[in-house]
Design a protein around this ligand. Structure first.
Ligand code: R5P
Length: 283
């Protein structure tokens, strides 16, 4: 082959940017990890949340993660879980990207917002985490403490190239409307979170995603009938969410495999909720 062919001096260098919202200025390792969680083809994720045990013990459906969750791993884009569950139960060869719960402290028996950082970034790197997750209680009793937990993790995340997912935790006394969710998500993004997890609201959720300069993933919440959960996920992604981070609506379903597949059809293929539900009940 001629030198001119091998060097191709007239061909511009190819560069394939990763187009996830807000990630253009991030370092390569950070973008690479985000690309494990958010499929480059769709820019969306189906994250399976099973971290509930860190504050509420063996919740329904998570009594035996080895039996109930491991069979779902092939259908999840990422798994949100704790380092205890990773090391004890998640098969290292499963290949599922881990979003590691990195805050904790109080149980359901105490003030939930009184959390501290519960994992070092060094250990997150040792686990090969694709991101770390931290709870932020805007309007909660320990609001400032939880914001500082997040900002300390963000500082560490810049050193290690491991993104931070901020979870906007809403206490019972707060209303989950667009005004509150805009406030909470925007504060997290402004202070450095690379991804924000928040609840869906029926009115003006598109303003929540629009005002947040980084990807928003929809939290699942308590178990709903499958069609309702699929409808909520559909509306969230239509309104600009970059996917979902759902737990109980998947693992408490009568058929968790069918449900996570149906959620995947909604998130990645924009399947209509009824069509995805029909797929769910056909299995
Ligand atoms: C929420 O604050 C925690 O991260 C939960 O443990 C979990 O992510 C909730 O998932 P879901 O509400 O979909 O069961």
């Amino acid at each position: 082959m001629a030198d001119s062919d091998r060097f191709s001096p007239s061909a511009p260098a190819r560069a394939e940017p990763y187009r996830l919202k807000g990630s253009a200025g991030l370092d390569w390792g950070m973008q690479n990890r985000l690309a494990r969680v958010f499929r480059p083809a769709t820019g969306r994720t189906v994250m399976l949340a099973i971290d509930h045990g860190y504050f509420q013990g063996p919740t329904t459906g998570l009594e035996r993660v080895d039996l109930s969750i491991v069979p779902l791993l092939g259908h999840a884009d990422a798994l949100m879980t704790t380092r205890g569950m990773v090391r004890s139960t998640i098969p290292p060869a499963s290949g599922v990207p881990v979003v590691l719960r990195a805050s904790g402290g109080p149980s359901i028996l105490n003030e939930m917002s009184n959390e501290q950082i519960a994992v070092s970034m060094e250990d997150a790197a040792r686990i090969n985490a694709s991101a770390v997750a931290v709870q932020v209680f805007i309007g909660g009793e320990f609001e400032t403490q939880t914001v500082h937990n997040m900002t300390r993790l963000v500082d560490e995340s810049q050193r290690y190239g491991i993104p931070v997912l901020a979870v906007t935790a809403v206490g019972k006394e707060l209303t989950r409307d667009a005004r509150y969710l805009r406030l909470a998500t925007r504060i997290c993004a402004e202070l450095g979170a690379h991804v924000v997890k928040t609840y869906y609201c029926a009115e003006d959720f598109d303003t929540v995603t629009a005002a947040c300069p980084v990807p928003v993933v929809m939290a699942g919440g308590k178990k709903l009938p499958e069609l309702d959960a699929l409808t909520m996920a559909y509306r969230a992604v239509e309104d600009g969410a970059a996917g979902v981070d759902m737990g109980r609506n998947i693992f408490q379903s009568d058929d968790p495999v069918a449900m996570i597949r149906a959620i995947g059809a909604v998130v990645h293929e924009s399947a209509k909720p009824q069509a995805a539900y029909d797929q769910f009940i056909r299995r």
